[in-house]
Design a protein around this ligand. Structure first.
Ligand SMILES: Nc1ncnc2c1ncn2[C@@H]1O[C@H](COP(=O)(O)OP(=O)(O)OP(=O)(O)O)[C@@H](O)[C@H]1O
Ligand SMILES: [Mg+2]
Length: 361
C-alpha cells in the first residue's frame, strides 16, 4: 500500500475508533435506560462515555504510532544505517525493499545506487591493478636494454673494441638499445597521460620473414658476446604478411631471447629461429639448447611471477613476468604462444600469428 493511503487510513482509524466506542457505549447504556434523552444528562454516564472515548482515542493513537514506527520510521532508520555504512566504504551493505510503497521505492533506488557504486569501485580497482601491471611490465622490459648498454659501454671502457669496426658495432648496439629504452619510456609517459591502462597498439602490415631476419641480425652481436650461435631459417613458400605492432612484438621476442640467454647452461649456446607456414597462419619457433623446463612446469611458465625451481635456484635472477608479458602481447595480436621443452636438452617457444588477408582485420 502506498504511504499516502496508509496515512489516510491511520487518520480515519483515529477518528472512527473513538466514535465507534462512544456509539457502542451509548447503545449499551440505552438498552437498560428508560429515558434515552436523559442519558447524557446523567453525569455518571457522561463521564463514563468521556473516559471510554479518551481510552479509545489514546489506544488508537498508540496503535497508529506503533504502526507508523514499524512501517515507516524503522525502515528510514535502516536506510540511515545503510547510508552510514556506505559512507564508511562498506559497499556490501544491502538494503531490502520488502514493501511496495515510496520507502520501498527508495530502498530499491538505494540498492541500485549501491550496486553501481560497487561496480565502479571494482572497475577503479581493476584499472589500478592493470596500471600497476603495465608499469611493472615496462620496468621489467627496461631492464634488458639498460643491462646491455652498461655491458657494451663497459666493453668500450675496458678496451675490448680494438678495431674501428668493432667499436662501430658496439656504438651501434648501444644506440639501438637506447632507442628501445626511449620507446619504453615514451610508452610510460603515454600511460601516465591517458585515462586507460590498456596497451595502445599501432598495428601495421608486416612482412614477417623480412622483419624476423632483421631482428636476428640485430641480436646476433649480443648473442655472440654470450657465446651463442644464432641461426635463422624460413621455410615459407611465399612472402607472408601479418598484422603486428613491431615495437610491442619486439618486446615479445626480446623476452624470449633474454630467457634463452639466461637459461642456456652449455659452454656453446645454440639458438635457432625458424619460420614456417601453417596454412592461414605463420608459425615462429625459437629453440635454444638451455637447461629446459620440467614437464610439470610447462603449463605455468606464462603465469605472472611463475618461475621453475630450477631457475629460482640459479643465480640468473628474474621476477617471472617476462613470459606473461609475451603472452599478453601475442594474444592482443590474435595469436597464440606456447612452449615445448626437454629437460637438460632445450626449449622451443612457438608463436602462431594469422596471415594478413584482404578483408581480414
Ligand atoms: N628458454 C628457457 N629455458 C629454460 N627455462 C625457461 C626458459 N624460458 C622460460 N623458462 C622458465 O620459465 C620461467 C618463467 O619465465 P619468465 O621469463 O616469465 O620469468 P623469468 O625469466 O624467471 O623472470 P623475468 O623474465 O621476470 O626476468 C622462468 O623462470 C624459467 O623457469
Ligand atoms: Mg624472463
Amino acid at each position: 500500500m502506498r504511504l499516502r493511503a496508509r496515512l489516510i487510513r491511520a487518520f480515519l482509524f483515529i477518528i472512527l475508533v473513538p466514535a465507534v466506542a462512544v456509539w457502542v457505549t451509548l447503545f449499551l447504556l440505552g438498552q437498560g435506560h428508560p429515558n434515552r434523552e436523559a442519558l447524557l444528562s446523567d453525569s455518571a454516564n457522561f463521564w463514563l462515555i468521556t473516559v471510554i472515548a479518551l481510552i479509545a482515542l489514546v489506544a488508537t493513537v498508540i496503535l497508529v504510532i506503533l504502526w507508523i514506527n514499524k512501517s515507516v520510521l524503522r525502515r528510514i532508520r535502516e536506510l540511515q544505517k545503510a547510508t552510514h555504512e556506505i559512507g564508511n566504504g562498506n559497499l556490501d551493505y544491502e538494503v531490502e525493499s520488502l514493501r511496495d510503497d515510496e520507502i520501498g521505492d527508495l530502498c530499491d533506488d538505494f540498492e541500485t545506487m549501491r550496486r553501481k557504486l560497487k561496480e565502479s569501485e571494482q572497475e577503479r580497482r581493476d584499472a589500478d591493478n592493470e596500471m600497476r601491471t603495465v608499469i611493472s611490465n615496462i620496468s621489467h622490459d627496461l631492464r634488458t636494454p639498460v643491462t646491455a648498454v652498461k655491458g657494451y659501454a663497459q666493453g668500450i671502457l675496458d678496451g675490448v673494441t680494438n678495431s674501428p669496426e668493432k667499436l662501430n658495432r658496439y656504438v651501434h648496439t648501444i644506440y639501438n638499445k637506447a632507442s628501445d629504452m626511449e620507446q619504453l619510456v615514451d610508452e610510460l609517459s603515454v600511460y601516465s597521460k591517458i585515462d586507460t591502462s590498456k596497451i595502445v597498439y599501432h598495428f601495421n602490415r608486416v612482412d614477417i620473414e623480412t622483419y624476423m631476419r632483421g631482428y636476428a641480425d640485430l641480436i646476433r652481436l649480443d648473442l655472440e658476446a654470450h657465446n651463442i650461435d644464432l641461426s635463422f631459417r624460413s621455410t615459407l613458400p611465399a612472402p607472408a604478411e601479418v598484422i603486428a605492432d613491431t615495437e610491442h612484438f619486439k618486446r615479445v621476442l626480446d623476452n624470449i631471447i633474454t630467457n634463452s640467454v639466461k637459461y642456456i647452461d652449455k659452454s656453446r649456446g645454440i639458438l635457432d629461429i625458424r619460420i614456417r607456414d601453417a596454412g592461414d597462419a605463420v608459425q615462429l619457433e625459437i629453440e635454444d639448447n638451455g637447461c629446459g623446463i620440467p614437464r610439470q612446469d610447462l603449463p605455468f611458465i606464462f603465469d605472472r611471477f611463475y618461475r621453475t625451481d630450477l631457475s629460482r635456484r640459479s643465480t640468473t635472477g628474474g621476477s617471472g613476468i617476462g613470459l606473461s608479458i609475451a603472452k599478453k602481447i601475442v594474444e592482443d595480436h590474435g595469436g597464440r604462444i606456447w612452449a615445448t621443452s626437454t629437460e637438460g636438452v632445450g626449449t622451443i617457444l612457438h608463436i602462431v600469428l594469422r596471415k594478413y588477408a584482404e578483408g581480414n582485420t
